[in-house]
Write a protein that binds this ligand. Structure first.
Ligand SMILES: C[S@@+](CC[C@H](N)C(=O)[O-])C[C@H]1O[C@@H](n2cnc3c(N)ncnc32)[C@H](O)[C@@H]1O
Length: 234
């Protein structure tokens, strides 16, 4: 099922799931290649920023093939990974990811209220159908004081950097992705940034869902971003 042009909202979930099922076998290799290995550095930075460590109970939302889940496990955390694309979870298993993995929609996590001390989410915000629904569900499963970190792609603001980034992200990424994996999926990748609300709106949505100390940190001159927050205590 093609994802180019962008799907209407009522079809988005099913089409995103089918797309990730399709690209799962080559997902990790393409990620490392297209980000020149920076994706893993950004995942580590996100975990550093919210201090993931021994004793944490982490839910990794839209865990995909398990990169973030595995990095949290290496720090001694207990991790539950949730994704709705079965082939992505299968790829995670084949890689030997040790986290408990569940197939579920991130809008309805298979976890009790206040179970998690930490929630992580890598490169999935623009793929969700409803950010308020996702943030509300995270607020439900995180204990008061629990920490959350999102990593996502972004578009740099300064004109020159933006032009170079546009050339790479909108032209080269779909070309390389099309040659090595799936043309429509890697055409969707740059286009899907339109689903991301502006920074101030994103932080406001998180605050409305029950988070405080929400912070935004640009990465690589604005080509990516980390957003963090704390679950309000009352
Ligand atoms: C770009 S991949 C990111 C995977 C992984 N987090 C990483 O850091 O590489 C996006 C993932 O989000 C998942 N996803 C998107 N919407 C979802 C939803 N509503 N519920 C569960 N998983 C979802 C997709 O199946 C896919 O595995």
């Amino acid at each position: 099922m093609a994802l180019d042009p962008l799907p209407p909202l009522e079809e988005k979930g099913a089409r995103v799931r089918a797309m990730f099922d399709r690209i799962a076998p080559r997902y990790d290799r393409l990620n490392r290649l297209l980000s020149a290995g920076l994706d893993q550095r950004w995942r580590r930075e996100a975990l550093d920023r919210i201090g993931v460590g021994q004793g944490d109970r982490v839910v990794d939302l839209a865990c995909g093939t398990g990169d973030l889940a595995e990095l949290s496990m290496e720090r001694g955390a207990h991790v539950v990974g949730v994704d709705f694309a079965l082939e992505m979870l299968g790829a995670a298993r084949r890689r030997g990811i040790r986290a408990a993995l569940f197939q579920a929609d991130a809008e309805a996590l298979p976890l009790p209220d206040e179970w998690a001390t930490v929630a992580t989410c890598g490169f999935a915000l623009r793929n969700f159908v409803s950010l308020p629904a996702i943030f509300g569900e995270l607020a439900r499963v995180l204990e008061p004081g629990g920490r959350v970190a999102f990593i996502e792609v972004d578009r740099p603001r300064p004109a020159l950097i933006r032009a170079a980034h546009t050339l790479y992200f909108d032209r080269i990424v779909p070309l390389v992705g099309g040659l090595l994996s799936d043309r429509s999926a890697y055409a969707y990748l740059p286009k899907s940034t339109v689903y991301l609300p502006p920074k101030a709106e994103l932080l406001a949505l998180l605050e409305d869902a029950g988070f405080e100390q929400v912070e935004h940190r640009p990465l690589l001159l604005g080509a990516a971003q980390i957003v963090t927050g704390i679950r309000r205590k009352s």
